[in-house]
Design a binder for this molecule. Structure first.
Ligand code: S3P
Length: 170
């Protein structure tokens, strides 16, 4: 089976929903950020500090290439991964790309106490999130094969994704 790759903004639930899909389907779950962290022996924040965002994006691109070689995985991508055409083209046509679509207000609420995401550790966090969200949403939509609302519980969203992927393949 091809991989199911979840994409979407930080806080849309890619990792939690991905774990639920894996549990329900018996597939293996891979969190792309954790994969990068394990390879680098550093956290995402440490990678940003040490190598800058560009360094992180290169590692992310390598992770996309490596993971796309594997089969049958449920992959939670990092929120920036699918904003780069070079990563979209690694998965497009081979794996099923699913956008978890969540309104900005919900994302803002979910990430209100975030202390780990490097892009959100700034005094103008709210404004920065809004700008990034508006810029990225059309890019995610364009990359996705399937768009699913991620507003519900992770369990319900996981079920919706599984059904939508099945339907798309019929
Ligand atoms: C990023 C999202 C993060 C992580 C890194 C950059 C982004 O992943 O890859 O902090 O550019 O949106 P999550 O979407 O899992 O938070």
């Amino acid at each position: 089976m091809d991989n199911i790759v979840l994409c979407g903004f930080m806080g849309c639930g890619k990792s939690t929903v991905g774990r639920n899909i894996a549990r329900k389907t018996g597939k293996k779950f891979v969190d792309m950020d954790s994969y990068i962290e394990d390879k680098a022996g550093l956290t995402v924040s440490e990678i940003f500090d040490k190598f800058g965002e560009d360094g992180f994006r290169d590692m992310e691109h390598n992770a996309c290439k490596e993971l796309s070689q594997l089969k049958g995985l449920i992959i939670a991508s990092g929120g920036g991964a699918f904003t780069f055409e070079r990563n979209v083209s690694v998965f497009k046509g081979k794996d099923t790309i699913v956008l978890l679509d969540v309104p900005l207000s919900v994302i803002k609420y979910r990430l209100r106490n975030d202390k780990v995401r490097p892009l959100l550790q700034r005094p103008d966090k709210d404004k920065a999130m809004q700008e990034l969200y508006e810029k990225r949403l059309p890019i995610y939509k364009n990359a996705a094969d399937i768009i699913v609302s991620g507003k519900n519980t992770p369990m319900k969203t996981a079920f919706t994704v599984i059904e939508a992927v099945k339907e798309a393949k019929i």
